[in-house]
Design a protein around this ligand. Structure first.
Ligand code: SF4
Length: 154
């Protein structure tokens, strides 16, 4: 299994903001801090706002801040929702250049086993929240060590 790029950007954004829930950051500051192009982060912010995980304000002093719902967000559920792939392997050939389905598709048991393994992967992450990854714990949160822009003057 491999996380899709969009899910990864969403998680980086959530962890960065979750490490400092009091902090509001602009999309550009987030992009710099998580090492991801601004347009990718911008889409992630919109998606996370739509889910109620971020409060986003526009304007000169605007930016994104994590919400209580964002801190409580299940990592497994988020990644499951954002994964456009129904299957681990392209059994039906819909993504292949020739569009041909696997000749073993009919009656293949491996396909069902892979689907269960995929669900088990997400289920393992269902009980982990953003707060679990960013709150007090036995090891420091790596994102808190990244350079952070200063808070705006009140
Ligand atoms: S062998 Fe089974 S799991 Fe693999 S591509 Fe063919 S149908 Fe899918």
């Amino acid at each position: 299994m491999k996380l899709n790029a969009f899910g990864d950007v969403c998680l980086r954004t959530l962890m960065l903001l979750g490490a400092r829930p009091d902090r509001q950051m602009t999309g550009r500051d987030i992009a710099d801090a998580v090492g991801t192009p601004y347009n990718h982060v911008s889409k992630a912010i919109l998606e996370l706002k739509r889910r109620g995980a971020l409060d986003v304000t526009r304007g000169r002093n605007g930016g994104a801040r994590i919400t209580e719902a964002g801190l409580a967000l299940s990592i497994g559920q988020l990644l499951r929702d954002l994964d456009p792939q129904a299957d681990i392997v392209d059994c039906t050939g819909q993504d292949s250049p020739n569009g041909r389905a696997c000749p073993l598709l009919k009656g293949c048991r491996l396909r069902r086993s892979l689907a269960r393994a995929r669900e088990a992967f997400y289920a393992e992450l269902d009980g982990t929240t953003v707060a679990d990854l960013t709150g007090p714990g036995p090891s420091p949160v790596p994102v808190t060590m990244l350079p952070m822009p200063p808070l705006p003057a009140p």
